[in-house]
Design a protein around this ligand. Structure first.
Ligand code: 0A1
Ligand code: ZN
Length: 854
């Protein structure tokens, strides 16, 4: 064992230090002899020194491995075990390296490398997990073909690529596509498959499988359809075809993230692939469809073209998130998807970008790369691609992508390669645009306007607050999509993209008969914070008239925030004009139900806290909670007479179909039910709970009842009904904490950690409880500090079991500087307590130190 003990000052890696590996890897052959506590891995790797190598040190990464033997060209050699791996003297010509190591998958609770989940062997190698399987140059720019032999008595034994042979107790696989080690995968266990097939555009038949544990066969059909739709969409929209004879997906219960794009063998967190109407909500179905698409799309954006180093992570992740968003927009509703994405961006990425964990989409340093699978790399990375597409136009975008695939197929690339393709395809200079990749922080864009003699002028001023390590920022290219409406509601200028490139810049519109109402940042054309003096009546006007559906929702959302902020700051009553506007919209059956549901969904309490903070106020979580309660109660009363009719009109009859139409109606119906439950003592919700034949309606009824503290019987019944279904049980755990009153939240969560079904070893269950605690804004931030304390205690306990999930969940504290000095002191004490834990992982150490140094 030569595990580097993570101590006070872990090593920092820098982008500027990049050096290629001094050896080509021509082929890799691995043999696994599976055994839960003593798996033997034999590797036979052909290396050849590069003639032009800057550095010919022969260093192979390796962690938590017991080295049994090493040979070069058949002769035993002595390798020097060093920090994080081994070194060896090697010939200056091509040679065969062989090593035998022993590993302990059953003891691997970190879920990285080869581990066991419910008796099944599985792997997770991204980003640096392969080094826990054998000694190897574990870096994405080292690519090779892999041949794998698995020996064991598991009924199903899978690896990447195509099967090449199998017999009693063994199976062999070969992946003809050179790949980095992070895309390696192995799965072995008692599995059953849900089969499918797809014929590609060039006529190749591909066998598809979703592999699950016996008992889950009935939850695969939706995922299989989503997979077929994804393959077809990538052919139709990007011209990209699948490149193996087989595509396998495996569902695993214990998994740190959503899913993983291993070549030809995607491994999924079971929560991101298993679905049935009885156990999954509409939101689950949409998410599953998107994640299956995401992982499939990685086959080209990630696998065929991969990253040179982990600093370039957004090269594959930003692009693949962008592609999966396009897919969801095409399969479902474009405006609804855009609105959902912006809500998520503001909830997760904006706080990151405005706090101690801020980093650019392409970071320049890290201690633990697993800490950089962030909303900034993924979601902002995707926003950057959306801006690029807007700047160059659709045709140029697809022209550039075609060039990207032609030029870089089979390579490990950088952001520079990516931008060069766009420059070559369009002739445009993208040096200023590149700042989006290197500068952290969310730009603020201040808008002012002027109208005289038929000429309307919009002036934009951009600035970005300092972020860790980046005190000063240069102006960026910001595509501002703008349309103009006349005071009677007609659109007088269709959407036009104004390219803002300077710190301050004006744009004029001629020939306007009267002062127009501007609709700015349509479709949310750039990830910025808009600052503009405007009135609630103008917001209400845009909510009623804007032709851009995103901005129509945005106007309603801004209005909702203003009303809530006024309630919190001045103790104002809910604005009557806003309530009227909402009522009108909800009752307007001509409007898309999904849109109405979104407008009726209040801004989150955390979002209000963020808004108050941005405006220089210290948010009081309890006051924000009280304002939310008062508002919802007042809205329910205002709608009282129409609620029963609206409830009936939006109830979806007939068999459940998880499509966008039905989901939109059910979302609206759920919102109405929650309002109704505030007035009818829960009668309607209890009826819905009793009669629901699908999880969306059952869960909506249970949530409404629990929020109203009328759901005790139903919560019990729900537990009885679903206690054997771990994915439904995750919902049950989370819902109790989400619905708890602020003063009861921590106690509720604490009690649930004592429940026999709670487990530290299952990330989904841990997240269900601790994620719900952190997500209950007023409960987590309750003045007692009990929420902070409980989370810190559990993170400390989890760290030695699963550092990755611990470190990710530490981010719940990232907004700590928003709050008052008492809360800050409480959080600081908890962060210091975590940091003082002996043997703390490198992952958690990095996250907590970054937060404390803010
Ligand atoms: N590449 C995967 C995400 C992923 C990253 C790391 C993991 O383990 C540490 C697992 C999955 C994706 O983007 O879907
Ligand atoms: Zn991804």
């Amino acid at each position: 064992m030569n595990d580097a003990a993570p101590n006070a000052a872990p090593q920092t890696f820098y982008l500027k230090d990049y050096k290629p590996f001094g050896y080509e890897v021509e082929s890799v052959k691995l043999t696994f002899q599976l055994s839960p506590n003593a798996t033997k891995v034999h590797s036979a790797i052909r290396f050849s020194p590069k003639a032009d190598a800057e550095d010919n040190r022969f260093f192979l990464h390796g962690e938590q491995l017991s080295l049994i033997s090493a040979k070069i060209d058949g002769t035993p050699v002595t390798a020097r075990l060093v920090d994080g791996g081994l070194e060896c003297d090697v010939p200056r010509t091509s040679f065969l390296w062989e090593a035998e190591v022993e590993i302990d998958p059953a003891a691997n609770t970190a879920l990285e490398g080869l581990y066991m989940s419910k008796g099944m062997y599985c792997t997770q190698c991204e980003a640096e997990g392969f080094r826990k399987i054998t000694y190897y140059p574990d870096r994405p720019d080292v690519m090779s073909t892999f041949t794998v032999r698995i020996e064991g008595d598991e009924p199903v034994m899978l690896s990447n690529g195509n099967p090449t042979g199998a017999g009693e107790g063994w199976a062999e696989w070969h992946d003809p596509w050179p790949k980095p080690a992070y895309l390696f995968a192995l799965v072995a266990g008692d599995l059953v498959n849900h089969p499918g097939s797809f014929t590609t555009k060039s006529g190749k038949d591909v066998e598809l499988n979703i592999w699950v544990r016996p008992g889950d066969e009935g939850k695969c059909a939706f995922g299989m359809e989503a997979l077929k739709k994804s393959i077809k969409w990538d052919e139709d929209v990007y011209g990209l075809e699948y490149d193996l004879d087989l595509f396998n997906i495996v569902a695993v219960d214990d998994f740190n993230m959503g899913a993983m794009e291993n070549k030809g063998l995607n491994i999924f967190n079971s929560s991101c692939v298993l679905a049935s109407p009885e156990t999954s909500t509409d939101a689950n179905f949409e998410r599953i469809e998107a994640i299956i698409a995401h992982e499939y799309f990685h086959n080209w954006t990630g696998n065929r073209i991969t990253c040179r180093d982990w600093f370039q992570l957004c090269l594959k992740e930003g692009l693949t998130v962008f592609r999966d968003a396009q897919f969801t927009a095409d399969m479902r509703s474009e405006p609804v998807k855009r609105i959902e994405d912006v809500i998520a961006l503001r909830a997760r990425q904006f706080p990151e970008d405005g706090g101690p964990l801020a980093h650019p989409p392409r970071p320049e340093e890290f201690q633990e790369i697993n800490n950089f699978y962030t909303a900034t790399v993924y979601e902002k990375g995707a926003e950057v691609i959306g801006m690029l597409k807007r700047l160059v136009g659709d045709d140029n975008y697809y022209k550039a992508l075609k060039l990207y695939f032609e030029r870089h197929d089979g390579q490990a690339c950088t952001i520079e390669d990516w931008l060069k393709v766009f420059e070559d395809a369009t002739g445009r200079d993208l040096s200023q645009f590149k700042l989006w990749y290197s500068q952290a922080g969310t730009p603020r864009v201040k808008v002012s306007e002027d109208y005289a003699d038929g000429t309307y002028t919009l002036t934009f001023e951009q600035s970005t607050p300092p972020t860790p390590g980046q005190p000063e920022k240069a102006p960026r290219v910001i595509p501002m999509a703008v349309g103009l409406l006349s005071p009677n509601g007609d659109e007088v200028r269709a959407t036009e993209v104004l390219d803002l490139t300077e710190a301050k810049q004006s744009f004029t519109f001629e020939g306007l008969a009267s002062k127009p109402v501007p609709s700015i940042l349509r479709e949310f054309s750039a990830p910025v914070i808009l600052e503009r003096e405007t009135t609630n009546s103008e917001r209400a006007f845009l909510l009623a008239h804007d032709t851009d559906p995103f901005n129509r929702w945005e106007a309603g959302n801004a209005l909702a925030k203003e009303v809530r902020v006024a309630m919190v700051l001045d103790g104002a009553a809910p604005d009557a004009a806003y309530l009227d506007a909402l009522e009108k919209l909800v009752r307007d059956d001509e409007q898309d139900p999904a849109f109405r549901a979104l407008v009726l969904s209040p801004p989150s309490q955390s979002d209000i806290a963020q808004t108050l903070h941005e405006r220089g106020h210290t948010p009081d979580p309890q006051k924000i909670y009280d304002a939310a309660e008062t508002f919802t109660q007042t809205l329910a009363q205002q709608l009282e007479t129409s609620l029963p009719r609206l409830y009936a009109a939006t109830t979806v009859e007939g068999p459940y179909v998880p499509d966008a139409d039905g989901a939109g109606k059910r979302a609206l119906n759920g919102r109405i039910l929650s309002l109704l439950t505030r007035l009818d003592g829960g009668e309607q919700a209890a009826r819905q709970y009793a009669s629901a034949d699908n999880m969306t309606q059952q869960y909506a009824a249970l949530a409404a009842l629990m929020k109203a503290e009328k759901g005790e019987a139903q919560s019990k019944a729900f537990f009885e009904q679903w206690q054997d279904d771990r994915l439904v049980m995750d919902k049950w755990f989370a819902l109790q904490i989400a619905c708890a009153a602020p003063e009861a939240t921590a106690a509720t969560a604490k009690e649930l950690t004592q429940h026999p079904l709670f487990s530290m070893k299952n990330p989904n269950r841990f997240r269900a409880v601790m994620g719900a605690l952190a997500g209950n804004h007023a409960g987590f931030h309750h003045a007692s500090g009990a929420g902070y304390q409980l989370l810190a205690e559990n993170l400390i306990a989890l760290d030695s079991v699963n550092p990755q999930t611990t470190a990710r969940m530490c981010a719940a504290f990232q907004t700590w500087k928003r709050y008052d000095s008492e809360r800050q002191a409480q959080i600081q004490a908890e962060l210091e307590r975590i940091l003082a834990t002996s043997g703390l992982s490198r992952d958690t150490h990095e996250m907590v130190s970054r937060m404390l140094s803010a």
